[in-house]
Structures are given as structure tokens and as C-alpha cells.
Design a protein around this ligand. Structure first.
Ligand code: ZN
Length: 297
């Protein structure tokens, strides 16, 4: 079985020639094929990572560390000491790819990561989820008054409904930032590029993106402005969601990916509805799939 950790480590530099990017994608494809062909007898025993349980009551076997820095992203310096940078190998591979894709499409992009999961998952301090290697906190891309991307900000920013930054967020590190709030804006173009890349990259499949509803509105407006395919916009509309039982997520997006089908045999549990048809098909038995395809014409 391909070791995704090696694949990620092998291509850390930016920019990456297409051949290397293709190889990384191939690593993901090999993983996917292996998943679909099923090798439950050796899975996890061979060192592959596995998400177990639910995002709130779960664990992570053989968690893979997201490198602190890569093409188009870094773990924010203040979050590094928390060491909540572990996920499944597929999620790490997927994230490094999508950040690379955004940087290629919009040079100068730099995504800042907050928490993923701890090395073995389980309770993540100050989170009710992030327990099973499938939750990722990402700062929103911010731009200055000229539309240029802003880097090296000391923390997350809360954005108002019109996209203006209004105050610093203490985030999960709980640090009060005294610096003046900059003239910063929610960078709809880069944030949409990231969401789109996540939805279109098949190495992992998004279940939810928790985001303030008004910021989601800015993303969808950007998607329409760019002429994005309707299917992608519809899917984004279904997955961008402001949670009702936690903070409104106006300072970062929280991304959750579905269990990999193979992980489900190890007790990986998706909470909530499987809203997206593709995912529904993915988990159906072949006989049901045939029936569904007939009924859907
Ligand atoms: Zn989160």
C-alpha cells in the first residue's frame, strides 16, 4: 500500500512541477483504489491511519502530522505548540494538494491552519470535535485595502457581514491580541478558490464547512461572479453551514470530511445526514446503486 506520509514528505517544495503534482495525485488515487478494492485484513495493521468513532467521541490511529509549512499554507506559529496538527493520511494528502492548487491559481496565497487533531485524536482541548482526524480549522484568507493578500497576521480576525475585519479573535490559543485591527477584508476570491478546490479534489470528501452565513453568502456570490459550474455552487450551498450549537464561525472555517468507506469498518461514524448524492451513492450497495441510477434516469 502506498504510504501517503512518504508521498507528502517527498514533495514539500513550492512551486512543484506538474509531474510531481501528478505523482502526489497518483498517491491519492492509489489510496482510493486500495480503499475501493478493500484490504481490511491489513488496514491499520500496516501502519495506515484510521479515523475511529465520531468527530466528538473518536480517536485517530497512526495519525499523520501535517507539516508545519508547505506550498501555500503554514500552521499558524501560535498554534504549533498545541501540536493539534494530525489527521488521517488521506486528509493530510488532500489538504496539501488543495493549498497547492490555490497557490497555483492565485499566487501569493497563504492559508493559515489552526487545529486539526491531536496525535492520537480524542479530546482536543477547547473543542467539542476534532477528535478523529477529520476536522480542520483554517483561517480565512484576508486581503488589504488594495486587494493584496495579507500574511503573518498575529491571529484570526472576526469579519462582519460585509467582509470587513472588525476585531481580533483569541482563537483556541486564548491569546488577547492588542495590536490595532488592520484594514482587512474577507478575501472572497481566495476563500472561494479554497472551498472549490476542496470540493473538487476527490482524495477526501467534505461533509461540512462551518462558516458564518453571511460569509458563505459572499463566497457563493463570488462563485457566481466567476461563472463556476452550477453543480459546484449547489454543492457548496449545501455544505457551507453556520452551526446553531456553537460559535458562528466568522473568524475561521471549520472543515469536516466524511469517513473513508474503509474506515467505517473500523467504527468511523459520520454524524448527521449524508446530504450529497455522490456520497449517498458511495455508501450504497452495488444492487441499490443500480436501482438508484435507473430511478434517476
Ligand atoms: Zn474547528
Amino acid at each position: 500500500m502506498t504510504d501517503v506520509r512518504l508521498a507528502v514528505r517527498a514533495f514539500p517544495d513550492c512551486p512543484v512541477p506538474l509531474t510531481e503534482g501528478s505523482r502526489l495525485r497518483l498517491a491519492g488515487a492509489v489510496l482510493t483504489v486500495t480503499v475501493l478494492s478493500g484490504c481490511l485484513g491489513v488496514f491499520a495493521n500496516d501502519g495506515s491511519s484510521v479515523s475511529v468513532g465520531s468527530p466528538s467521541k473518536g480517536a485517530l490511529l497512526h495519525g499523520v502530522a501535517m507539516p508545519f509549512e508547505g506550498c501555500g499554507y503554514e500552521v499558524h506559529p501560535d498554534w504549533r505548540a498545541r501540536n493539534h496538527r494530525y489527521a488521517t493520511g488521506a486528509v493530510v494528502s488532500w489538504l496539501t494538494e488543495v493549498f497547492r492548487e490555490v497557490d497555483r491559481a492565485l499566487p501569493g496565497s497563504m492559508a493559515y491552519l489552526g487545529d486539526l487533531s491531536g496525535r492520537n485524536g480524542g479530546d482536543a482541548s477547547m473543542h467539542r470535535s476534532h477528535a478523529s482526524g477529520r476536522d480542520i480549522d483554517i483561517f480565512y484568507f484576508a486581503s488589504d485595502g488594495n486587494g493584496s493578500p495579507m500574511h503573518d497576521l498575529p491571529g484570526m480576525l472576526h469579519f462582519a457581514s460585509d467582509g470587513h475585519a472588525i476585531r481580533w479573535s483569541a482563537g483556541k490559543i486564548g491569546r488577547i491580541i492588542k495590536a490595532q485591527v488592520p484594514d482587512a477584508h474577507f478575501d472572497a476570491q481566495r476563500n472561494w478558490a479554497l472551498v472549490r478546490a476542496m470540493l473538487e479534489n476527490p482524495v477526501a470528501e467534505v461533509q461540512w464547512i462551518f462558516i458564518h452565513r453571511d460569509l458563505a453568502g459572499l463566497l457563493l456570490a463570488e462563485a457566481e461572479r466567476e461563472g463556476t459550474a452550477l453543480e459546484t455552487i449547489d454543492r457548496a450551498r449545501a455544505l457551507l453551514h453556520q452551526p446553531t450549537d456553537s460559535q458562528p464561525h466568522d473568524d475561521h472555517m471549520h472543515v469536516r470530511v466524511f469517513c473513508d468507506p474503509r474506515e467505517r469498518a473500523w467504527g468511523c461514524s459520520d454524524k448527521g445526514p449524508r446530504r450529497w448524492l455522490k456520497k449517498h451513492w458511495k455508501y450504497m450497495r452495488t444492487s441499490d446503486l443500480v436501482l438508484a441510477s435507473r430511478s434517476n434516469g
